[in-house]
Write a protein that binds this ligand. Structure first.
Ligand code: BGC
Length: 924
């Protein structure tokens, strides 16, 4: 079958992503210099994942259609390394019989791990006689709608894997284990008697996108020296993480640990629970760091540190990290907080460099959400001694002298910024607070009640209602006239009728025929009416690690978020995303639905692979680099999921009950950095509620904090098929409540069905609430304004305008049908199948409107897709959500047909989509 698949990938992009993937590898153990592998070594490679290497996690952030894949075995074969042929052969043969299990290819169906090959003792014993080193690869995945679990095969090793490691260790003296995983997993077993001595090497190689195999091989043979550092704390047990107790709840998840997330908790209360500290990672070479001192320069503290490569053989890079230990004061503080970092250039053996890191003093401040310091709702520097540390992990640090003094002293409390109460909890919530300092320097764990919402949200909303722009009807102004300064944006918006305003806040998708095939949504000028004003149709596409085009278009798949962050290198990430921006432009995608940047509150969140860290500073800096890089092409990144998407289970129900302080200091901070330092212009809200207001109708989140405090200029969109509740009363949430979405200034509802925006297929309440006065025209105009202003800054605005309905044509062919096929021939309607062709006839030339009736047995956040093939060519990609088993109608667009017989069939992209019938109706 002939099919046109676009390959608009950017040259050199994959090669660059290989470099980044290698930079992100984190070496945790390297005794007897087991790594790098050298030409003298003979290496036996164990674990099936050497062949079935993981490129990414699963779900919307992992679905990139790639031109080629690489695996670890292939990567090493291309190097001058001798691999044990017998072991390799055994795996290859076994995998033929036991192929990769993708769980059927459905949404969230892929298992966390793959069955491992049982090792015959003879094989390992024989291998140990030929090979001097063994490398074992362990793989894991998880993703959207599928959290990790504190169970074997996910967070814990399986019995098979343990047996494999034990067996290899029994015969080999030099064994290294690699984790080709999306997220940290349990490593406590490394210290058990059975493994401790023989296991010489341990490295997180993560998932590096399509170049995974080559990147890992580069690291293993020392073409690249590891320089990645952990962006999470690895504790001995999953139970040690303070979020675990509340993880996975259905309706309410209390953020009891408050700001004490990750190392902030462990360093303050329980350092003994840490196996590998935050910021930790080894190199093939060694470094000496010498803190030269710190000084106060205007509003910053400058810390200078000398780093020297003291090794003799390998060049390498080191990450310098600056932490603060603020006085406990009234608020209570973590024992350490990251306030700055940098990465050296590649240092040759013997080479040294002095790095200077600037830390704005304001970054040392904490948020008072109760008024206990006398300054409610303010960032304050409480009086006392601030200890500044510099080093190469949260544990390997040295105290920095500031202007010759041991500490940075704040004599009297200083107010850095005064804000207003926003997003505070509305129910009782206890939260952690350090109590008495113990002799060993740690703190007693105590709890206090988090302050509750006292501000009158109703009054706030009413006070800030926008002014209505006079509605004039169509004056003939186009959006281009605004760009040319012929007319103001307000005058332009004034032309839109209420119906048009209600339409523009609806995005269409997935797989809209108005934009690039198989992408997530189209928004803007999605109807003829809106398009006539010169409003372009813009295209959004997933996701964080490369463009997702379910229609078959190829794209470059990048390393996962975990890997990017572990580089601690914002420059390299920005360069990588500059190339991503070019690829977006080439594929006519205006808005990428990434970076994903939620805080990794728990190692169990399935989407951790899309995210960066347990720490907001590194999260924000990496995300800022991503959006800056993308923006260089004129396209845009989207920060998601704003905010607190910290578990996939019950993701559209579970209320994140969290204090205002912890939201501001931890869960929103990364977004704030990406808005302020990355100039992000697009944000996706999360599915979940935060303190009882669903994120997509959370006034304080998207108006008070995002737009008013941070000065965000751009669009806010919902996550796909999200729910909204009442912006003041809270209560139940439904997907139809776009009125309250608009009131919160969440501009866009993603998504209604294709061609559904103008006719309100989602049956949303915008018009009804306008009529009742609950929603004002001004509020709706405000969102339309945000959207149009944004659209003027997208490539769509200058792209040649396509025919709005995107009429497609099918070339007529001659088919000679069998008697049976003739009998089954239908007129202008057909029940298509995945298993074989069906035939349909058309008796009149013309343009036909095509509608599908379809059904998906799964819930509404499930994503399914297939291609509709007519006369051997893909006519369209059909992508939609789960329908809970209900049959629904979907308009698929217009198609020009000539008299004749047509062959129709379906091609599976993501299973579970049942197309019951296709109906072609002649357009009058
Ligand atoms: C995910 C988003 C994604 C969207 C479109 C949702 O299910 O949560 O991250 O961008 O789908 O695929």
């Amino acid at each position: 079958m002939s099919r046109v698949i676009t390959n608009k990938t950017v040259e050199g992009f994959a090669a660059f992503s290989r470099k980044v993937a290698a930079e992100g590898c984190v070496l945790l153990k390297n005794e007897d210099n087991i790594l790098p592998l050298t030409t003298k070594d003979n290496v036996a490679l164990f674990g099936r994942v050497q062949v079935d290497s993981y490129r990414s996690g699963t779900g919307s952030g992992g679905s990139v259609n790639v031109l080629y894949k690489t695996n670890i075995l292939g990567g090493l074969q291309a190097k001058e390394i001798t691999l044990n042929q017998e072991v390799q052969y055994a795996y290859e043969e076994w995998i033929k019989e036991n192929p990769f299990d993708n769980g059927g290819g459905g949404w969230a169906a892929e298992p966390w791990h793959q069955k491992e090959m049982p090792l015959a003792d003879e094989l390992v014993e024989a291998a140990s006689r030929v090979s001097n080193k063994a490398v074992i690869v362990i793989g894991r995945t998880a993703g959207e709608d599928q959290d990790n679990a504190a169970a074997e095969g996910s967070y814990l090793l399986t019995g098979e894997e343990r047996a494999m490691i034990a067996q290899v260790i029994k015969y080999f003296k030099h064994v290294a284990v690699l984790f080709n995983v999306s997220n940290i997993i349990d490593t406590s077993w490394v210290e058990e008697e059975d493994y401790k001595d023989a296991l010489k090497g341990l490295m997180y190689v993560w998932q590096g996108g399509m170049e995974t195999g080559n990147a890992i091989a580069d690291i293993l043979v020392g073409d690249v020296t590891p320089s990645g550092k952990l962006t999470d704390t690895i504790a001995y047990s999953i139970e040690d993480y303070p979020s675990t107790a509340n993880y996975g709840n259905e309706f309410r998840n209390d953020y009891e640990e408050d700001i004490y997330v990750g190392y902030r908790y462990f360093e303050t209360f329980a350092p003994e629970k840490v196996q590998y500290p935050f910021g930790y990672g080894l190199s093939y070479t060694s470094f000496e760091t010498q803190v030269l001192g710190g000084k106060r320069v205007a509003d910053t503290i400058e810390v200078a540190i000398k780093v020297k490569n003291t090794g003799a053989q390998y060049s390498g890079r080191e990450v310098v990290q600056i932490y603060v230990e603020a006085p406990q004061g009234e608020l209570g503080k973590p024992a350490k907080e990251l306030v700055g970092f940098t990465k050296t250039k590649d240092l040759a053996p013997g080479e040294e460099v002095v790095e200077t890191i600037e830390v704005p003093v304001s970054k040392l401040a904490s948020y008072d959400d109760s008024g206990v310091t006398g300054h409610p709702y303010s960032y304050v520097l409480e009086a006392g001694s601030y200890h500044i540390y510099a080093g190469t992990s949260v544990r390997q640090v040295e105290r920095v002298q500031i202007d010759g003094e041991d500490t940075y002293e704040v004599e009297e409390i200083q107010v850095v910024e005064t804000l207003q109460q926003a997003l505070a909890p509305r129910v009782d919530l206890r939260r952690m607070k350090p109590g008495r300092q113990k002799e060993d320097g740690t703190y007693e764990l105590t709890y206090e009640q988090a302050p509750q919402q006292v501000v009158c949200l109703k009054e706030r909303v009413e006070r800030q209602l926008p002014q209505t722009i006079k509605q004039t009807g169509d004056l003939g102004y186009k959006l281009q006239d605004v760009k040319k300064d012929k007319v103001s944006l307000d005058t332009f918006i004034g032309q839109l009728t209420n119906e048009e305003l209600a339409t523009i806040v609806r995005g269409e998708g997935m797989g809209s025929p108005l934009v690039t095939e198989g992408t997530a949504s189209a928004f803007g000028g999605v109807t003829e009416g809106l398009s006539n004003y010169g409003i372009p149709v813009a295209c959004t596409a997933d996701g964080p690690s490369g463009i997702r085009m379910e229609g078959g278009g190829y794209a470059t798949q990048l390393p996962i978020g975990t890997s990017l962050a572990a580089t601690w290198d914002t420059t390299i990430v920005e360069e990588l995303y500059e190339l991503e921006g070019q690829e977006l432009l080439l594929n006519e995608v205006d808005v990428l639905l990434g970076p994903g940047m939620n805080i990794r509150r728990s190692p169990l969140n399935g989407r951790n692979f899309e995210y960066y860290s347990e720490d907001p500073l590194i999260t924000g800096c990496i995300a800022a680099a991503v959006v800056r890089g993308i923006a260089k092409s004129g396209t845009h990144g989207t920060l998601k999921h704003f905010a607190c998407n910290n578990q996939e289970k019950y993701r559209s129900f579970v209320d994140a009950v969290a204090s205002e302080r912890c939201l501001r200091e931890i869960y929103l901070k990364g977004f704030e950095i990406a808005v302020k330092e990355g100039n992000a212009r697009s944000i996706m809200t999360a599915y979940n509620p935060i303190n009882s207001y669903w994120s997509a109708s959370n006034y304080d989140l998207t108006t008070t904090i995002l737009r008013k405090e941070w000065g965000f200029k751009g669009i806010v969109m919902t996550d796909w098929w999200a729910k909204m509740n009442h912006i003041i009363d809270g209560g139940e949430a439904v997907s139809q409540n776009t009125a309250h979405m608009v009131k919160a200034q969440n501009d866009l509802y993603m998504v209604v069905t294709n061609f559904g925006a103008g006719v309100n297929t989602n049956n949303d309440n915008t018009m009804e609430m306008l009529a009742s006065g609950e929603l004002t025209v001004a509020e709706l105009q405000q969102c339309a304004r945000n959207i149009c202003e944004f659209l003027m800054e997208t490539p769509a605005f200058i792209r040649e305008k396509k025919e709005i309905k995107g009429i497609k044509e099918v070339v007529v062919k001659t088919y000679h049908l069998t008697e049976q096929e003739k009998e089954a021939l239908t007129l202008l309607r057909v029940a298509p199948s995945y298993d074989g062709a069906r035939y349909m006839c058309v008796e009149e030339d013309g343009v036909y409107e095509l509608t599908a009736t379809l059904q998906v047995p799964h819930n509404s956040l499930t994503q399914v897709a297939c291609n509709l093939v007519m006369n051997d060519k893909i006519l369209t990609n059909i992508q939609t959500q789960g329908t809970d088993g209900k049959t629904v109608e979907h308009k698929l667009g217009e198609v020009a047909l000539k008299k004749g017989i047509y062959k129709v069939h379906l091609e599976r992209v993501k299973p579970q989509l049942h197309i019951q019938e296709l109906v072609f109706e002649l357009k009058k």
